[in-house]
Design a protein around this ligand. Structure first.
Ligand code: PMP
Length: 406
């Protein structure tokens, strides 16, 4: 016969079907996900306990038990950020969501914003602020550069911004920017101090209240080891005063803090109303990741990242490679940047490690593309065992990838 019975059955079924587009072949195959060692700048591997938390049966996002879990998350973030801020919550979305939330709520169109750019993250925030109609002023250094308090003060005095942005852990360059004294400067210049700690939280010391940071945000998928998709953020009273006394509503409905503060039980209303459906499984996982950090202790986590990073840095130098950030004290412990070795094609090195070692490292991002290879050992991944794994993969790639010149 031309067709088997089964094929014929399927053809007849399709001929009788009211839909024109058949089920795609790929959807009839099982999901396949390889195991990878995520030693890039994020996401990092998620430990079984957090994966299991995310796999729990979901409940409604407005059930009282969910409110309890959200309250736990708030307490966990307050600990991780070292803040007593009441206006603490997690965004339904990645780090960029928190970035946009911070800018959209605290800045009104036409207001002056000062953004320090020493890698890709400042560039992004400048663009976000520009898109919502702010008057954006930038201070720019090449990747790896940092800003002195004198430079910051001069720019604050000149541009009189309502908001100053600084990246604490510049993951595109591997730099941990000093934060001390900047909060005081901003306070004196009547400006809010916004800090990005997506790549540094839990890995490099940061104390929101003590360092007078007005708005701080991070991501779930770096040293916290939760899956990507949620982003802790906190606003102090000064920031709340500015964002809740606006002349016009923020451009985004989804990211409007008037609604989000109610969703997180942070406003004065007795009931929480529906605003959007939060990522329930993502919140379970985030809660568990914050619990692990609380059990371990922040200072232990900072110490562990520093020790493992120093071990990795030495191993990298022993391979004859150069670290991109010369000053040890300015290096980000969670994401190390290696200057691309002379004569090698960085893409080939990365592809080799992925193919032969299932190890992910990445190249630069934005202005650091073509300058660096980035190695991240964060949270669950942060061990000398994994540093050795990364070094073995690197050494093997250097040996096997052809050198072009010299
Ligand atoms: N800021 C920094 C310092 C980051 O490293 C990242 C993520 N690489 C982000 C912001 C953006 O976060 P997300 O990709 O979760 O939106």
């Amino acid at each position: 016969p031309l067709w088997s019975h089964a094929t014929l059955g399927l053809r007849i079924q399709r001929a009788m079907s009211s839909v024109n587009i058949p089920p795609p072949e790929c959807m009839l195959r099982p999901l396949e996900v390889p195991y990878r060692y995520l030693f890039g700048p994020g996401p990092s591997n998620v430990p079984p306990r957090i994966l299991a938390a995310g796999a729990r049966p979901i409940i409604g996002h407005l059930h009282t038990e969910m409110y309890e879990i959200m309250n736990d998350i708030k307490r966990g973030i307050q600990y991780a950020f070292q803040t007593n801020n009441h206006m603490t919550l997690a965004m339904s979305g990645s780090g960029h969501t928190a970035m946009e939330c911070a800018v959209f709520n605290t800045v009104e169109p036409g207001e002056s914003v000062l953004v320090s750019i020493n890698g890709v993250w400042g560039e992004r925030v400048a663009e976000i602020a520009e898109r919502m109609g702010a008057k954006v002023h930038t201070m720019v250094k090449s990747p790896g550069g940092y800003f002195t308090t004198e430079e910051i003060e001069k720019a604050l005095a000149k541009h009189k911004p309502v908001l100053f942005f600084l990246t604490h852990g510049e993951s595109s360059a591997g730099l941990a920017h000093p934060v001390d004294n900047v909060g005081d400067l901003c306070l004196r210049h009547n400006c809010l101090f916004l800090v990005d700690s997506v790549a540094s939280l839990g890995a490099s010391p940061l104390l929101m209240d003590q360092q007078k940071i007005d708005i701080l945000y991070t991501g779930s998928q770096k040293a916290l080891n939760a899956p990507p998709g949620t982003a802790p953020i906190s606003f102090n009273e000064r920031a709340c005063h500015k964002m809740f006394n606006r002349k016009i509503k923020p451009v985004s409905y989804l990211l409007d803090m008037t609604h989000l503060s109610n969703y997180w039980g942070n406003d004065s209303k007795s009931a929480r109303e529906y605003h959007h459906t939060g990522p329930v499984s993502g919140f379970f996982a985030l809660r568990e990741s914050l619990a692990i950090l609380a059990e371990k202790g922040l200072e232990n986590s900072w110490r562990q990242h520093r020790e493992v990073a120093e071990y990795l840095w030495k191993g990298i130098e022993d391979l004859g490679l150069k670290l991109f950030i010369k000053d040890k004290d300015l290096r980000l412990p969670s994401v190390t940047t290696i200057a691309i070795p002379d004569g090698y094609d960085w893409k080939e090195l990365l592809a080799y490690m992925m193919k032969h070692h299932q190890v992910e490292m990445t190249g630069g991002l934005g202005p650091s593309i073509g300058m660096v290879i980035r190695v991240g050992l964060m949270g669950y991944n942060c061990s000398k065992f994994n540093a050795d794994k990364a070094l073995t993969a690197l050494a093997d790639a250097l040996k096997h990838c052809p050198k072009r010149r010299g």
